[in-house]
Design a protein around this ligand. Structure first.
Ligand code: ZN
Length: 124
C-alpha cells in the first residue's frame, strides 16, 4: 500500500505548529529543539532528519525583516542609544527564541516530505 503524502502547504503549517507532518497530531520535538525519533501518535519515523543550519538561517532572515522596520520607526523618537540598544537586543533575543522552533518544525516537515535523511534524498 502506498502511503498518502499530505500537501506541501499542510506539511509547512504542521511544521509551524511543531506537529507531525504525517498526522498533524503528535509533537515532533521532545524538548525545545530535540527531534523525536518517531511521532508519538502515528509512529512515523523521523530518524535521520536533520535541519542543520536551515532553521537558524530562516530565523535570522525573518528576524531581520521584522526588526529593521521597527528600528527605522524607533530611531525617529529621541531615545538615547543605551536603552534603545538594550530594548532592541532583548526584543531580538525573544523573537529569535520564539521563531527558531517554528522554523525548525517547518524544515523537519520539508525534510520528511521530500524524504531527505542525513542530509541526502532517499530514493525508494
Ligand atoms: Zn504523526
Amino acid at each position: 500500500m502506498v502511503k498518502q503524502m499530505p500537501k506541501l502547504s499542510r506539511v509547512i503549517l504542521r511544521g509551524l505548529r511543531r506537529r507531525c507532518p504525517q498526522c498533524g497530531v503528535g509533537r515532533i520535538f521532545s524538548g525545545y529543539l530535540t527531534i523525536e525519533d518517531a511521532c508519538p501518535h502515528c509512529q512515523e519515523s523521523f530518524e535521520g532528519i536533520r535541519t542543520d543550519d536551515a532553521a537558524p538561517w530562516a530565523t535570522i532572515l525573518l528576524l531581520g525583516h521584522i526588526l529593521a522596520p521597527i528600528v527605522m520607526i524607533v530611531i525617529k523618537f529621541d531615545i538615547s542609544t543605551l536603552p534603545l540598544t538594550i530594548i532592541m537586543a532583548v526584543l531580538a533575543l525573544v523573537l529569535a527564541l520564539g521563531i527558531l522552533p517554528l522554523m525548525k518544525g517547518v524544515f523537519v516537515g520539508l525534510n520528511w516530505r521530500f524524504n531527505i535523511r542525513d542530509g541526502r534524498p532517499v530514493l525508494d
